[in-house]
Design a protein around this ligand. Sequence first.
Ligand code: SAH
Length: 346
Amino acid sequence: MKIELNGLSLKELEDLVVELGDKKFRAQQIFNYIHKNKGTSIEDIQTISKELRSKLNEVSFINNVKIYEKYQSEIDDTKKYLYLLNDGNIIEAVAMEYKHGTSICISTQVGCRMNCSFCASTKDGLIRNLTPAEMISEIYTIERDLDKNISNIVLMGSGEPLDNYDNVVKFLKLINDEKGRNISARSITLSTCGVVPKIYDLADEDIPVTLAISLHSAYDEKRKEIMPISKKYSIDEILEACRYYNGKANRRITFEYTLIEGINDSMEDAKKLASLFGDLESHLNLIPLNPIKEYKQINPSDSHIAKFKKQLEKLGVKTTVRREMGRDISASCGQLRRSIIENNNI
Ligand code: SAH
């Protein structure tokens, strides 16, 4: 198996270059080519010798995802990318334009094994983890395509980032490296369904990204029905881990709450939800359910969502409703990938 050059830390690149008989400082030149120039081919690294290029070619490659399809929303400026991976798998990433810059939402796994009932990404289970190089390439491919640097990254596409912990942390450290692309941890959000032990691990990594927790119900019993991970970890355990994370990373925790009509959207639900946070520095993000065909529920009306939000705010919870981006291009998690796979028999 060839090494993925764009998934190596600078230190690992140095070791490789020395092993191949060249000078250590060449590694920084290769690192610049990959992470600053966003280059895609070893042949192209003009700052190193032809000999080193050919040795690198023998043992390694730059793993680039390829744009398979690109969709442009007519409603807002959201763009959705379907990427083809080397092994024929397909993943998706989304670029969203905000006043403060471009945010991109990337996938961390092909599929997912968390089985949340309302989520399209999980319907075929987990196919495989993405490598750090593939996650890096999800970003640089969009940056090359848009011909600009993006300002924020959210790990909220297909997959559960904390179920691919080592690769995700390696990716975070790489993209954050000040000698490379240098995207600050503050500009990155990692969203999890609540894999509690890994929240503690992440807190200890010294890479203080914003943590987002997919909560979706304030009651353990109800949460178990829609999110199987709740059978392992209770809401109390998640909140305890969030307090630890908040203490270490000094970042406000975001809670995501997908509103599903008749399931988790009563005023009682709102009151119970408001009672959870106590003095934990937090922010609540309400997401109207994006209905998928495998889950026979719908989203509440806009007026009901406004009422739910008002109730929470009355009880002191900072709440926003997530602006729906690119609804016309199937923006919700996994939906587009799935419909393409079904239609094209990939
Ligand atoms: N596995 C991670 C990240 C991926 S999902 C997590 O669970 O957080 C990103 C967010 O979209 C999660 O909050 C998820 O619950 C939500 N989501 C998934 N499918 C959805 C749908 N059909 N409608 C609304 N939100 C959805």
